[in-house]
Design a protein around this ligand. Structure first.
Ligand code: SF4
Length: 352
């Protein structure tokens, strides 16, 4: 006879967790306080969740406010100029998110301007993976689901002393915690777990005496709170090298636009060489160049980049490459972080 797998019975985590959340919810600009009668705006929830992937809460606050001021609705964002959105995304990294943000906004706007309410329909929107779809469904529409981010995964791993790592852990935590989601406060339940993970059940030194779930926590009972979740050893990332050039003339600096595909596609950049394992220092033309004493280092997902920076200041703008974009040296806010770091060094070199 086939054995039916059963969902685990709820442990009653919602009541103590939500009581704690009602007193301790973080004050975040994309969130409504617990107990408020207002209805969340799906556009704001979605925008925040996309920004918060790979970006800390603190780093997301300012760009979130800037985006909302510039594009207050999904229709406004859908009508935005691509280059302007990419420039506004500068500093948040992982620029594929910004491209997907635009594609998703245009898809929603073309369908009438309302986000779909179900997790399944949300999954079909461009750029919405399982996490974001569950987050929008729960936080904006109160669907009885649970987005499992790193904070929720850590809390779940400890509560149930779970052994899996990586994606298997996310699945296991979702399976164990979803039955706990209350029908009437699904969004608050998810946000409460996120806050608990951020403030109490921290990666290091979890504050178990302050935890509303301490009496039900397996890892704590074992005296092994910090041992969960198990940590996957990091694989060493390869290093790539290259040179970038700060070429300044008449108060302006030469920029280029990166190719439409690949890393930082379509973004503004300082001109320079390609990046490879063994890239020697190189210059685009002879002159009174200065090299920075220390290279700029930047970590991408799959490799570390080491950029040698050279700077020069000239009286007349040279035409040393195709497609140069001469831009005021004081308005480079649209550069991605790696080139902003290099620009800060180059600016000093040209001034020296
Ligand atoms: Fe985390 Fe400690 Fe609470 Fe367990 S008791 S969930 S380890 S803070």
């Amino acid at each position: 006879m086939p054995v039916e797998s059963e969902a685990p019975a709820p442990l009653g985590l919602a009541a103590p967790l939500l009581a704690w959340y009602d007193r301790n919810a973080r004050d975040l600009p994309w969130r409504l306080p617990p107990g408020t009668p207002a209805v969340p705006d799906p556009y704001r929830v979605w925008l925040a969740e996309v920004m918060l992937q790979q970006t800390t809460v603190e780093a997301a606050r300012e760009p979130y406010a800037r985006f909302l001021a510039r594009w207050p609705t999904v229709a406004a964002l859908a009508a935005a100029d691509d280059a302007e959105v990419m420039a506004a995304w500068a500093g948040l990294g992982y620029y594929a998110r910004a491209r997907n943000l635009l594609r998703c906004a245009r898809t929603v706007a073309a369908a009438g301007g309302a986000f779909p309410r179900s997790e399944g329909e949300l999954r079909r929107l461009p750029g919405l993976g399982p996490y974001t779809a569950a987050a929008v469904a729960a936080l904006a529409f109160g669907a009885r689901t649970l987005p499992v981010d790193a904070n929720v995964a850590r809390v779940g791993a400890r509560l149930f002393a779970l052994q899996p790592e990586g994606p298997a852990l996310l699945r296991a935590v979702g399976e164990r915690l979803r039955p706990e989601v209350p029908a009437d406060r699904a969004g608050d339940f998810a946000q409460a777990l996120m806050d608990l993970g951020a403030v109490v059940c921290r990666p290091r030194a979890p504050d178990c005496p302050r935890c509303p779930l301490a009496a039900r926590c397996h890892a704590r009972a074992l005296g092994l709170a910090e041992a969960f979740p198990r940590r996957t050893p990091r694989r060493a990332r390869p290093t790539r090298r290259g040179s970038v050039w700060w070429v300044e003339a008449d108060g302006r600096v030469a920029l280029v636009r990166r190719p439409p595909r690949g890393l930082l596609a379509g973004m503004l950049a300082l001109p320079g060489t390609g990046w490879s394992a063994e890239q020697p220092r190189a210059l685009p033309f002879p002159g009174d160049w200065r090299w920075a004493a220390e290279p700029v280092r930047h970590g991408f997902t799959h490799f570390d980049l080491v950029l040698e920076v050279a700077g020069i200041r000239l009286a007349v703008p040279p035409a040393f490459a195709e497609g140069l974009i001469w831009t005021s040296r004081d308005s480079l806010a649209g550069l991605p972080t790696v080139f902003r770091k290099a620009a800060a060094v180059g600016r000093e070199l040209a001034r020296a």
